[in-house]
Ligand binder design. Structure first.
Ligand code: PHE
Length: 455
């Protein structure tokens, strides 16, 4: 192992990175509006079920793949390919392509967060005004693709510098300090939001399932979001778990990450929906939901500038951490293949490509506004194609190739532990989930999609 490679000397270090990569815009920005789009409570049930079954099972498979091969995804899928004589090495390449595209898309949304952060900062130092943040910030942003590109570029360049310099530890120190503050702030905001008169309607909408509200798209939305939010299908988990110590119990780690991530998403819904329901003008199905709802809320609050500033700063840092995880994955994959190349060179080369790709989603509402498919903009098409479809298939194939290329003995040894209650039973469940449930869910999602396109 090269001298500079990280080693998770503590389990905590790994948790930090894995939770850090799971927690981000997926929970706070994407989850609420897809719940809105898919009709509320019934979708939440579907999502939670898929998350703790299929999502958790695939996450555990990625953890195991990293730990048994001690390699990044590209190398691991090549090793498997040599072993089982199947072209699994393509999987690693596809996952990398997905990582590049998702990072480009993710950076655009992170740029939106930076925009709101600066707007709140300006209103705090009295250059701007809080009511303007509510009324104008979003429209300024949406109407200006080059501004979106500029903000996304700032985000990407910061990520590159952190990855190139290998100063991630410094950032993590900050994050560990800031995240408890973020968590406390979100709890305060949720309490306030839930004291709005809309509370009753919100609880009914989120927790009283009306299955007729599900559409033929809902299954693919649910499974896609599970993969996106748990960061599976990219190779990130494989890459980070390769240095895990022997004694850690991977299924426990996988379950804890899944549970925490799911709870955070539900809390985010409890924050956004009361505000959205309070004001009839807010469309709950809109990707702009978070950016419309929160400024409105902060505007009505005493000290709103300050709360808004801290909220968007913390959200941006979480998004930055997730982006760094993704870029780090790309660099680690490339480094396995080009060991003689320097880390800064690989970081700038990968980041440069991401920067170039960012032009597409950033300009999708302006310069490229006429490129539409089924009335969706390029940004929306990227979201649907990559997250709802490509990612679940990538996660599934990674899980499956691990499952069939390693002996029963290897897998059961990683899973069954006398320190964990019912681990034998859980091992049987995990086998069942990987072998039967996951492919069935994906096939069903595909069939429903085909029906939707035909009718
Ligand atoms: N899981 C992150 C989120 O929910 C997104 C992400 C995906 C980050 C893949 C890193 C790797 O925001």
């Amino acid at each position: 192992m090269a001298a500079h490679t990280p080693r998770w000397t503590s389990k905590f270090g790994f948790y930090l990175i894995a939770v850090g990569s799971a927690f981000g815009l997926g929970n706070l920005w994407r989850f609420p509006y897809i719940v809105g789009e898919n009709g509320g409570g019934a979708f939440i049930i579907l999502y939670v079920l898929l998350s703790i079954t299929v999502g958790c099972a695939l996450l555990i498979a990625e953890l195991m793949l990293g730990k048994t091969t001690h390699s990044s995804l590209l190398k691991a899928t090549r090793l498997i390919s040599n072993k089982v004589k199947l072209p699994t090495h393509w999987l690693g390449r596809v996952a990398m392509a997905l990582s590049f595209l998702v990072l480009a898309y993710y950076s655009v949304i992170s740029g939106w967060v930076i925009h709101f952060f600066t707007q709140f900062l300006m209103s705090l130092v009295k250059i701007g005004d809080l009511s303007q943040v509510e009324s104008q910030s979003l429209s300024v942003l949406i109407g200006n693709g080059w501004l979106q590109f500029l903000l996304a570029s700032v985000h990407i360049v910061i990520s590159i510098v952190v990855v190139a310099q290998g100063v991630k530890e410094g950032l993590e120190k900050w994050l560990t300090r800031l995240m408890p503050i973020f968590a406390a702030l979100v709890v305060i905001l949720v309490v306030r939001a839930m004291s709005l008169p809309s509370r009753g309607d919100v609880l009914r909408f989120l927790f009283y399932p009306d299955f007729t509200k599900l559409t033929l798209n809902s299954l693919s939305y649910a499974i896609g979001h599970v993969c996106f939010t748990l960061s599976i299908g990219f190779g990130t988990i494989v890459t980070f778990s390769r240095y895990l110590e022997d004694e850690v119990h991977l299924p426990t780690i996988g379950f804890r990450i899944t549970a925490l991530d799911t709870v955070v998403s539900l809390v985010a819904a409890l924050l956004i929906f009361p505000i959205a329901f309070q004001s009839s003008s807010l469309p709950v199905t809109d990707p702009m939901l978070l950016f419309e709802a929160l400024p409105k809320f902060f505007n009505q609050m005493k000290g709103g500038e300050f709360f808004g500033l801290i909220f968007f700063l913390c959200l941006w840092l979480a998004a930055l951490n997730a982006s760094i995880g993704l870029l780090e994955t790309l660099v680690a994959n490339l480094k396995d293949f080009y060991p003689h190349m320097k880390r800064p060179v690989l970081s700038w080369a990968s980041g440069g490509l991401v920067l170039f790709l960012t032009l597409i989603p950033a300009l999708s509402g302006t310069v490229f506004k006429n490129f539409r498919l089924h009335d969706l903009s390029i940004l929306q098409v990227m979201d649907v194609v990559i997250i709802n479809w490509a990612l679940p298939f990538s996660a599934f194939l990674i899980g499956l190739s691990f499952y069939y290329s390693f002996d029963e003995q290897v897998k059961s040894k990683l899973f069954i532990s006398n320190k964990v209650i019912a681990s034998e039973k859980l091992y049987a469940d995990w086998n069942f989930l990987i072998k039967y449930v996951t492919p069935s869910v994906l096939i069903l999602a595909l069939v429903l999609q085909v029906i939707r396109l035909l009718v």
